[in-house]
Design a protein around this ligand. Structure first.
Ligand code: NAD
Length: 308
């Protein structure tokens, strides 16, 4: 593979300013330009993009700037002989810090007070509402870059960490690791269940009414994975009938979440607009991944984070 151009697709602007991304990619010895939906590609192009486009299949290599690549047709990439890489590995601080923020908000009731602040309302929560994270159990479903980052932080906060991973192998700072077919048992004692697995045929609809019914009535669901990992109606019902205590949702079924969606008004729900990974250094993290792979191409080595 010989890369003669890095084409930054304008969809990158969904995650960081285009000019910052272009500046970060300068200096790799390859010309960089911003391209729109009408651009065409050839086998000397590397495309850096947020969203997929069919035309990208004509390029040599497409780099998706997100960890999840569920929107990309991996089979089509393989059939076209186009290399596809993703951005797994760079979210080990951002998303875990956001997840700890949700947990802390729920335990210390920060989301409630922030809401009341808008009304100059001094009302204090009932005595039995606040609790501490210390000693509470969190179940981390998906022990990759993000899951490990959450486990490390939760452990440092004195929480009991259990996790779910396909292999069931032990993980650092995780007291018990379950396999996906033991998910019921994994969530049963947890005060928080955090979803940070990819969206796949196995994980789609993984959190359904039956699983929610296994969770504690005082537990919170956190979804920093993808919306369809959770069955939407099942979650809404579980929140309404008190099957669980609340949820923090960064990933949604439809994005943006429609303005009339009932979750917006749910007192016990924190909605964030798919920003758990946002950071003012995102362009640098992506550029470092692209640079590493350009160097690997030059040395004839296999690419990091290759998914097709
Ligand atoms: P990663 O590839 O490092 O880790 C994913 C882990 O999930 C892997 O260890 C994988 O084996 C495991 N897994 C797969 N199927 C599973 C299952 N059925 N049960 C339990 N674990 C399973 O990826 P990552 O960087 O940790 O990101 C994980 C996911 O989080 C991404 O695929 C993406 O969908 C989502 N994500 C969301 C945001 C956001 O802004 N909210 C940002 C980055 C990533």
């Amino acid at each position: 593979m010989d890369i003669a151009r890095i084409a930054v697709h304008e969809s990158v602007a969904k995650a960081c300013p285009l000019e910052a991304m272009v500046a970060a990619l300068q200096g790799l010895g390859v010309p960089v330009e911003v391209v729109g939906d009408d651009a065409t590609f050839d086998t000397s192009d590397c495309v850096v993009t947020f969203s997929p486009r069919e035309a990208f299949l004509d390029a040599a290599w497409v780099h998706g700037i997100r960890a999840g690549y569920d929107e990309f047709d991996v089979d089509a990439y393989e059939a076209a002989g186009t290399v596809l890489t993703n951005s797994t590995g760079i979210h080990g601080d951002t998303v875990p810090e956001t997840a700890v923020g949700y947990l802390t908000a729920f335990a210390r009731r920060l989301h409630v007070y922030r809401d009341r602040q808008g009304d100059n309302d001094w009302t204090q929560e009932p005595y039995d509402a606040p609790f501490t994270l210390t000693g509470e159990q969190v179940c981390v479903a998906g022990l990759g870059t993000i899951g490990q980052g959450i486990a490390d932080r939760a452990d440092a906060l004195g929480m009991e960490v259990v996790g779910v991973r396909r292999s069931g192998d032990p993980a650092e700072n995780v007291e018990r690791v379950y396999t996906p077919d033991e998910l019921d048992a994994a969530v049963a004692d947890a005060r928080f269940v955090v979803l940070c697995c990819p969206l796949t045929v196995e994980t789609e609809g993984m959190v359904d009414a039956a699983l929610l019914a296994q969770m504690r009535a005082d537990s919170y669901l956190v979804n920093v994975a993808r919306g369809p990992v959770v069955v939407e109606d099942a979650l809404l019902n579980a929140l309404d009938d008190g099957t669980i205590a609340g949820a923090a949702l960064d990933a949604h079924w439809e994005e943006p979440l429609p303005a009339n969606h009932p979750l917006w008004d749910h007192e016990s729900v924190i909605v964030t607009p798919h920003v758990a990974a946002f950071t003012n250094r995102y362009h640098e993290d992506i550029a470092a991944l692209v640079q590493e792979n350009i160097e690997r191409i030059d040395r004839g080595k296999s690419l990091r984070n290759r998914v097709a």
